[in-house]
Design a binder for this molecule. Structure first.
Ligand code: NAI
Length: 704
């Protein structure tokens, strides 16, 4: 049973016990209704307290029932449990503490009385999953907190502290605030005894559903709320639906409002946005789990970190650890480079202090954790050493040979390489099992994504440690096997090739950028190239020319680089830039360059639709993603989606490239690929649908 039953004097105490957060899965729900029945049938029991064991009252829906609507709705479903609370003949006091969210809060709203411990986090976070609360939250919360406060909570999905809510004038959410979390249960039992005495004559028990719900200026207020929400959440339908649902609470009888809430909830469940958000929720959790690294693998201790190289990446990487309170020693070859690196870190922190995002004393505490050195000896005690030196195998060899000599046994040696072979780097040491790739994204102190590159010798406990470290520094870590470009850059190379072909065939950089930005990407490929530096792609193409001679690609980008148009850093790239500004201005030089190249290829330009642009760019990611899965570079499609959502600005509401392909339908995706393969100006071989896609189509299955 996941709800415990105990009688304390004349009060029955029902304690939810479904770790980690007392999710309201089927067994727990059944446990509650059984316990309620027992308490109501026991003449010695006068009142009931409902509380949660461990670190939550209840966090709401059970994740295990997340994508299983039939189990989530299995009777007793949450609405039936709430009805059982309301119908209890003996008063029920919900004793809330720690976490009271989603279905947990809706459950508490079904009780006759509520007492909260200080510090309880109260929220209805359903909107973050593209939903509205589905068990009365939109109908009951406005009745106890007023329309405006309730709608703010429902639309934002953010948690609010119980003290804050208890202090609101006229609030009816809490009948009492306990003095301390420790005193909660005793106070709840006393309250239960008190109200039992008050209702001993059989007087009706108070129900939230019977409270009035109105707003003095409803029409204007809901119009205002709709406008606000529209501006903030244009790609997500749920926030506007929260407004609708709360408005129904003010207009309809309680049961009719409940029916409307259910209708909206069920419709939202079917939207691609909701499916995408739920997918992301699950994929993020799943990414941290490595199939063959179980919870029995004990991670190593990481108390101190060394960083080699204080350049663009090294500085940002160091900041992640300083932010998390972990001491860092940065090593460079020259004092000037160290000074420059530290000055950049300071500048970053000072900007945060200026914006009010960081307190001065916190800034100083963080800087106090930073040491600099020119000597490898100072890294001998580091538990984790991350290398971020120049991207040349020879330089990496020198660094790892040195590290192998000085690092203590068991220290983890990581490389931030973005293109080099982690197995080769590992082979520079006598301890390849301790070597791993930690591929941060720029700016490393900001970007959420961390690709953890698993070498063929990387030990399981090294992987477990790095995944734990990633969590500590608030990164989304995704494991990748060793291959050129790992997951993210291997896919983006195909996307960039498509962008090039589109120019050759008649599109302009601005048309391509606009089309994919309208689809939802944060930035189109050409604006992105100008930001990151077009010389990076140039270097990769030069390498490819040696490795894969004859591989088809558009040479327009090479011609751009030959003009020194590397992007924002040189004041010109695919676009022109005014000094000190980042606005991309269409360039006549580039237009002519593209046209000349097109002529040289003998291509007659054609009008390319935005639809074709988006399909070719996105499906190129999908096809390469499928190959990545086949090659075992990524262990699941959700990992690929997480890489694109957290590292490449893929639109959140589409759930990542693989999830998007699932939504489009893999049959249609494969058909489009076959169509693109007919285009003489494209690469027919690339557009052969990956065997995995063919297999999934044949089986009627999806990636996720
Ligand atoms: P950078 O040129 O800004 O910094 C490299 C730093 O390493 C310089 O400060 C240099 O003085 C130092 N250095 C060079 N050789 C050294 C040695 N033997 N010992 C100690 N320090 C040495 O380069 P960046 O951009 O920070 O890149 C570093 C690494 O990170 C490369 O492997 C790169 O591929 C990778 N990377 C870069 C990304 C980016 O967007 N810049 C993104 C992800 C990875």
């Amino acid at each position: 049973m996941t709800a415990e039953y105990k009688v304390q004097g004349d009060v029955a105490v029902i304690t939810l016990n479904n770790p980690p957060v007392n999710g309201l899965g089927y067994d727990t729900r059944l446990g509650i209704t059984n316990a309620l029945e027992k308490a109501n049938g026991d003449p010695a029991v006068k009142a009931i307290v409902l509380t949660g064991a461990g670190k939550a009252f209840s966090g709401g829906a059970d994740i295990r029932e997340f994508n299983d609507a039939s189990r989530a709705m299995r009777e007793p479903n949450l609405n039936s449990v709430i009805a059982a609370l309301e119908n209890s003949r003996k008063p029920v006091v919900a004793a809330i503490h720690s976490v009271c969210m989603g279905g947990g809060l809706e459950l508490a709203l079904g009780a006759h009385y509520r007492i909260a411990a200080p510090g309880t986090k109260v929220a209805l976070p359903e909107v973050k999953l593209g939903l509205i609360p589905g068990a009365g939250g939109t109908q009951r919360l406005p009745r106890v907190l007023g329309v405006e406060t309730a709608l703010n909570i429902i639309v934002s999905g953010e948690a609010i502290n119980s003290e804050m809510l208890a202090g609101l004038p006229g609030q009816k959410l809490f009948d009492q605030l306990a003095a301390t979390p420790e005193a909660l249960l005793d106070e709840a039992v006393s309250l239960a005894q008190k109200v039992a005495a008050q209702h001993a004559d059989g007087a009706p028990l108070p129900l939230v559903r019977n409270l009035p719900c109105s707003h003095p200026n409803a029409e204007a207020y809901f119009q205002f709320a709709r406008n606000m929400v529209k501006g903030m959440a244009k790609n997500f339908p749920a926030p506007a639906k929260c407004v609708d649902a709360v408005e129904y609470a003010t207009k309809l009888r309680f049961d009719d409002g409940m029916a409307k809430e259910r209708e909206i909830f069920v419709n939202l469940m079917q939207t691609p946005e909701c499916k995408a958000l739920r997918h992301i929720f699950m994929a993020e959790r799943a990414a941290s789990k490595i199939p063959d690294v179980g919870s029995d693998v004990k991670p190593r201790d990481v108390k101190t970190v060394g960083v080699i190289g204080a350049g663009t990446m090294g500085g940002g990487i160091a900041m992640n650890f300083l932010n998390a309170g972990v001491p860092v020693t940065i090593l460079e070859t020259k004092q000037e480079a160290l000074d420059r690196g530290v000055a950049t870190i300071r500048k970053n922190y000072e900007a945060q202090v200026k914006k009010g995002k960081l307190k001065q004393d916190k800034y100083e505490q963080r800087m106090a954790l930073l040491k600099t050195t020119l000597s490898y000896d100072d890294l001998k005690d580091a538990d984790l050493i991350i290398e971020a030196v120049f991207e040349e195998l020879g330089v990496k060899e020198a660094v790892f040979t040195q590290l192998d000599k000085v690092a203590k046994p068991g220290a983890i040696l990581a490389s931030n390489t973005s293109t080099l072979d982690v197995d080769k780097i590992a082979a520079f040491t006598q301890r390849p099992q301790d070597v791993v790739g930690m591929h941060f994204f720029s700016p490393a102190n900001v970007m959420k994504l961390l690709e953890v590159v698993r070498g063929k010798a990387t030990a399981k406990d090294v992987l477990a440690t790095v995944m734990g470290v990633a969590k500590k520094i608030k990164k989304t870590a995704v494991v990748s096997g060793v291959c050129d470009g790992f997951i993210g850059n291997r896919m983006i190379e195909q996307y960039s090739r498509q962008a090039g072909f589109l120019l050759d065939e008649g599109a302009t950089p601005q048309q391509v950028d606009k089309a994919i930005e309208k689809f939802g990407f944060a930035m189109g490929p050409f604006r992105m190239g100008d930001l990151a530096g077009n010389d990076i792609g140039w270097a990769i193409r030069k390498r490819r020319a040696v490795e894969k001679p004859g591989m088809k690609y558009s040479a327009t980008a090479d011609k751009l680089c030959e003009l020194g148009r590397f992007g924002q850093k040189t004041g010109a790239g695919w676009y022109d830039y005014q000094p000190g500004k980042r606005d991309a201005i269409p360039s006549e030089v580039v237009t002519k360059l593209i046209e000349d190249h097109r002529k040289a290829l003998g291509i007659t330009p054609r009008k390319i639709s935005d639809k074709e642009i988006v399909e070719r760019l996105v499906f190129s990611l999908v096809n390469e993603g499928a190959h990545i899965l086949e090659d075992g570079i990524a262990s699941k499609a959700g990992d690929i989606d997480m890489v694109y959502l957290t590292g490449y600005g893929f639109p959140i509401w589409r759930g990542g490239p693989m999830q998007y392909a699932d939504q489009v339908g893999l049959f249609s995706v494969a058909e489009a690929m076959k169509r693109f393969a007919q285009n003489p100006n494209d690469d027919a071989a690339f557009w052969e649908p990956a065997p995995l896609i063919k297999k999934l189509v044949a089986q009627g299955k999806t990636f996720n």
